[in-house]
Design a protein around this ligand. Structure first.
Ligand code: HEC
Length: 139
């Protein structure tokens, strides 16, 4: 009986971990600017989010489709959930092709000056979140 309770307890704890899938506080307390976020989202040498994602209202050509369409992402994810996914999607879904934009350790394929640097700054990420959160909900 005791063993069963322990197993059940672990199971519930594991479920809990999975449901904690957000970073609630803005990175470095930065305040996001949606207009700047749109520019970073679409910049091919910046966030290059657009290489893999589409947003209907963007006029940019050649939007990618490796990742999901983000036109209505604000009806699926809270800003806090978006934050975790942009920071380190691998922690939500190990092995994903979405790059970790704000993870300072375990980055493969970096060397020299880039060690310890994140792909985007805290401000960039907060701007992108403000932009995605400002997109219309479906309907
Ligand atoms: C190399 C391709 C690639 C790039 C570049 C990329 N993503 Fe993604 N993204 C993905 C994939 C693939 C998924 C779906 C996760 C999965 O199933 O592995 C995803 C998922 C997401 C999600 C969650 C969408 C949902 O409906 O759950 C958000 C938000 C997101 N990406 C934002 C961004 C932002 C912002 C950028 C740029 C800073 C970006 N992505 C760059 C591939 C990419």
């Amino acid at each position: 009986m005791r063993a069963l309770l322990i197993i059940l307890g672990c199971f519930l704890a594991a479920c809990n971990e999975v449901s904690v899938d957000a970073i609630n506080a803005p990175l470095e307390n930065k305040i996001g600017d949606a207009l700047r976020g749109e520019i970073i989202f679409a910049a091919r040498e910046g966030g290059h989010c657009i290489l893999c994602h589409q947003v209907e209202s963007l006029t940019a050509e050649f939007q990618g489709n490796v990742g999901p369409d983000l036109t209505y992402v604000s009806s699926r994810l809270t800003p806090a959930q978006m934050r975790l996914r942009i920071v380190d999607y691998d922690s939500v879904k190990p092995g994903t092709t979405m790059p970790p934009y704000y993870r300072k350790d375990n980055l493969n394929q970096v060397g020299g000056d880039y060690v310890g640097q994140t792909l985007l700054s805290a401000q960039d990420i907060e701007d992108i979140i403000a932009y995605l959160a400002s997109l219309k909900e479906s309907g």
